[in-house]
Design a protein around this ligand. Structure first.
Ligand SMILES: [Fe+2]
Length: 461
């Protein structure tokens, strides 16, 4: 090789090494601001357009003949509309689609103005696959399926989530997606409060909606407000007086729930019936005594075989330094009286599941605590998001720390099956409840033979 060629080869090698070293250099915060990645602002990420997003199916009324849907757009949309037809294998269902005009609620958020639209499809045929879309006549969502419920007590499953609340995009999305993959035929998804952390931040609602994505448009949601759906201040930073937190402005426009709760608690407290199950949705933030009286009435006139209550703050807490005696004293006697089968809760950021429980009262003559012998309710606290608290000493049948979970609950005639699964889909807790005529329910434990997931002692505190 000539000297000149050697020099050229040496120069090229040096340039190559320098390039590799440059590419492999450690990333420091003092680097070139032109080339460093920049966070995309929330105003851009969650900006509404005329194209519908945040599409959520719910029910306002009868689950067999109606279906409600809500969606969001920017403020240019003046003609919100939804179309619906019975689903067919080919595309020509579009020629048979019926139009429903939407109603609109403007919502001013910390990221700017938006519109929330709502349609309640009525006059539907039970147990029928429909296809619908929402839009403004020009900008449309995808045509999307849902199936109406049966008016009878047919077997079905649903998914229950404890608090999602934090890092919804990073850490909660995988849980709702795993749950859907595990139970794609679930008839609804039940969220037991604290869907978000700071409810006046539009970006958090954006993350919650993106985590569920198109599943929220196919499978109806049932949700109750937790303490984190109550705002401490308005979007301009004006604080509310202590004890006067307000239900987040996003709540009512985002969801179309039944208006059958006590006055002033519309869409926060309500009930609905699904194929032999009455679901009573309570609000642990407000008016506890009024809800006890309302629930007593709702459960007195209940033709369903099964009754499930959902509430945010639990009757039996699962984490340290948390107890809700006011709620327990007001509501548990009503659960006992009406033999509520199962109570699905959140708030404590750990997992705890009881056996059959009844309200315990001190016998005034003996001073001994006695449990209501006619009661037999199973209480669950669960968590689906990443925020984790320390367990307490309550004698739960099964409990967990540092574990994100979802639950699939199936009802078939006289049997209710409950499976709690971890974020990775492994069975973590399970039981079956059997109805027995005129007696307390039978509880059959099916807890898997795996260790309880407990926080290492070094991380407690
Ligand atoms: Fe909470």
């Amino acid at each position: 090789m000539s000297r000149r060629l050697k020099l050229l080869c040496g120069l090229l090698t040096a340039i190559g090494v320098a390039g590799v070293l440059y590419l492999a250099r450690p990333i420091t915060s003092q680097g070139d601001s032109e080339t460093e990645p920049k966070e995309v602002p929330a105003e851009i990420l969650y900006k509404p357009t005329a194209v519908p997003d945040r599409i959520i199916l719910t029910w306002k009324g009868d689950v067999a003949t109606t279906q409600a849907v809500t969606w969001r757009t920017d403020t240019t949309v003046k003609t919100p509309v939804a179309e619906i037809a019975e689903a067919e294998a080919g595309p020509w269902f579009v020629t048979k689609a019926k139009k429903f005009e939407g109603t609109t609620t403007p919502l001013e958020t910390d990221l700017g103005p938006s519109l929330y639209h709502s349609v309640d499809f009525t006059g539907l045929t039970p147990n029928t696959l429909y296809v619908y879309r929402v839009g403004d006549g020009v900008n449309w969502s995808s045509w999307t399926h849902f199936r109406t419920a049966s008016p009878d007590a047919e077997p079905f499953s649903f998914i229950y989530f404890g608090d999602a609340q934090n890092a919804l995009k990073a850490h909660w999305a995988r849980v709702i997606r795993e749950a859907y993959s595990d139970a794609p035929d679930a008839k609804f998804m039940l969220h037991a409060g604290d869907l978000v952390n700071v409810p006046i931040r539009d970006a958090e609602w954006g993350e919650w909606n993106q985590a569920g994505g198109w599943v929220n448009g196919m499978i109806p949601s049932i949700a109750i407000p937790g303490n984190h759906e109550y705002a401490k201040e308005d979007i301009y930073g004006n604080k509310y007086p202590i004890g006067r937190r307000r239900l987040a402005p996003h709540w009512r426009p985002s969801f179309a729930f039944p208006d059958n709760g006590p006055p002033g608690q519309e869409e926060a407290v309500y009930w609905l019936d699904f194929q032999g199950l009455r679901i009573v949705c309570l609000n642990t933030n407000d008016k506890i005594a009024e809800q006890a009286a309302w629930m007593d009435e709702v459960l007195t006139d209940n033709p369903n075989k099964w009754t499930i209550v959902t509430q945010h703050a639990p009757i039996y807490s699962a984490s340290r330094r948390r107890d809700n005696p006011q709620i327990r004293n007001a509501w548990q006697p009503v659960f006992d009286k009406h033999r509520v089968d199962l109570v699905l809760q959140g708030h404590d950021h750990s997992y705890g599941r009881t056996g059959l429980m009844g309200f315990e009262q001190e016998n005034t003559s003996t001073g001994i605590n006695v449990r209501n012998p006619k009661a037999g309710t199973v209480y669950v606290v669960s968590v689906s998001g990443p925020k984790m608290y320390d367990r307490n000493e309550f004698p739960f049948v099964r409990r967990a720390e540092d574990t994100q979970l979802y639950q699939v609950i199936s009802i078939d005639g006289d049997e209710l099956r409950y499976d709690a699964r971890t974020a990775t889909g492994e069975l973590y807790d399970a039981f079956t409840i059997k109805k027995r005529d005129g007696q307390v329910n039978e509880l059959i434990e099916r807890v898997p033979d795996t260790p309880q997931r407990m926080r290492p002692a070094s991380r407690e505190g």
